[in-house]
Design a protein around this ligand. Structure first.
Ligand code: ADP
Length: 404
């Protein structure tokens, strides 16, 4: 039997959604509402056959969800709200509480709200999205899918920072990691494509988008990841610095009289590819500038690749080897240049790329006879969310129906 599952990604002023037919995973419709809170919010809805786009005032997330459901009915994408069998919500932070996706109850929702102290920009708006859907679709079970939970398998030695212990014990400062839904989806898909159980593989997954993170996955478990207490750490990103000498911050604060908020702005919004190149945070723009001879753009691309290589290297040490390297995210899926730079000169590891396959974004791009597989896999967080709704909420419902 096919189920219609809604996957929701609520941001501070946007709501992205996908309605999927499960278990097939085919997209019934997808879209987004942008500029929530403005008089000229943009609503975009696409089915495989048609696309609608309009501007309309949307005061808040409640109105956005109401409008979305009205449009789905109005465009005859569904004929009744009862057709939506379950809703999965992307939630930024699950802290140490949520080691897997969970069915939303009053208690889990309260805990998601409490964890807003760790993700003040994201968890409140995720909780709001969950609340509004629960009110408007009271019969559809809701599941929360956390960016952090896949990394709850990290060993203490990977998640503890060498700070005074009370910062972990009292304030919860540790490596949490993010992009978990993507890393899980991509590693699972890799194993399917290889026809090898994930439990037998040592994988490094490079999710390279505006935000980037690297994840070491051994036997299907996340054993290390480059983002940490926040998504700011690890490799260099579009506008984020990634790891830097931590003492730069107090030094700059003193020298330029910057507040913590200004330092955050500096690290999060003005650094990375944008900061070094001075051109753009967008990898394509920086590639173009480098091609036309911009030296700082060239350096930004080199730095980007080198920091990823250093991270991959450390994960190979930790796992005692590597069976597959996977690229995903906008850059990982599309930039042959980024992949070639990251895989450059690694024959000693049994890792080499076939440039012809790399240029055409083939599924597997390793050179013939190379021991390490190199894969390019399009991430699909919505499908992973919908699968979790099926696994957690609908499996329960079906078990109850059978035992009743
Ligand atoms: P987000 O993290 O916001 O989801 P994406 O995964 O969509 O971001 O990745 C966006 C990045 O992917 C941008 O830096 C963009 O320049 C890059 N990108 C997209 N297409 C290409 C391409 N064809 N070549 C190189 N980079 C690309």
């Amino acid at each position: 039997m096919s189920h219609k599952i809604m996957a929701i990604n609520a941001g501070s002023s946007s709501l992205k959604f996908q309605l999927l037919a499960m278990p097939q995973g085919s997209v019934i419709c997808q879209g987004l509402i942008e500029r929530i809170g403005m008089s000229d919010a943009q609503v975009t809805i696409k089915t495989p056959a048609q696309k609608w786009q309009e501007t309309s005032p949307v005061a808040d997330h409640r109105e956005a969800v109401t409008l979305l459901l009205e449009k789905l009915l109005g465009y005859h994408i569904i004929t009744s709200l009862q057709e939506i069998d379950g809703v999965g919500h992307r939630v930024a932070h699950g802290g140490e509480t949520f080691k897997d996706s969970v069915r939303v109850t009053d208690e889990t929702l309260a805990e998601i709200e409490r964890l807003a102290e760790l993700a003040p920009l994201h968890n409140p708006v995720n909780a709001l999205g969950i609340n509004v859907f629960r009110q408007l679709l009271p019969d559809a079970p809701a599941v929360a899918v956390f960016d952090t939970s896949f990394h709850q398998t990290l060993d203490e030695s990977a998640y503890i920072y060498p700070l005074p212990w009370r910062y972990y014990a009292e304030l919860g400062i540790r490596r949490y990691g993010f992009h978990g839904t993507s890393h899980k989806y991509v590693s699972t898909t890799l194993a399917e494509k290889l026809g090898v159980p994930l439990s037998a593989l040592r994988v490094v997954c490079c999710h390279l988008g505006n935000g980037s993170s690297i994840c070491a996955i051994k036997g299907g478990w996340s054993v290390n990841t480059s983002m940490g207490f926040t998504p700011q750490s690890g490799v260099m990103m579009g506008t984020r610095s990634g790891d830097i000498d931590p003492s730069i911050l107090p030094w700059v604060a003193q020298r330029e009289g910057k507040t913590p908020q200004q330092l955050n702005q500096l690290l999060n919004n003005e650094s990375g590819l944008l900061g070094v190149s001075g051109v753009s945070s967008d990898y394509r723009d920086v590639e173009q500038a480098a091609a036309s001879g911009n030296r700082r753009a060239e350096l930004a691309l080199t730095l980007f690749a080198e920091r990823i290589r250093a991270t991959i290297g450390s994960y190979i040490m930790q796992m005692g080897g590597l069976d597959a390297l996977v690229f995903t995210g906008g850059i990982g899926e599309n930039s042959a240049r980024a992949r070639a730079a990251i895989c450059h000169n690694l024959h000693f590891l049994g890792l080499a790329v076939d440039e012809e396959k790399n240029q055409r974004n083939a599924n597997f791009i390793q050179a013939e006879n190379a021991m390490v597989k190199v894969a390019v896999i399009n991430t699909n967080e919505e499908l992973m969310i919908a699968r979790d709704v099926m696994r957690i909420a609908l499996a329960e419902t079906e078990t109850l129906a059978v035992s009743a």
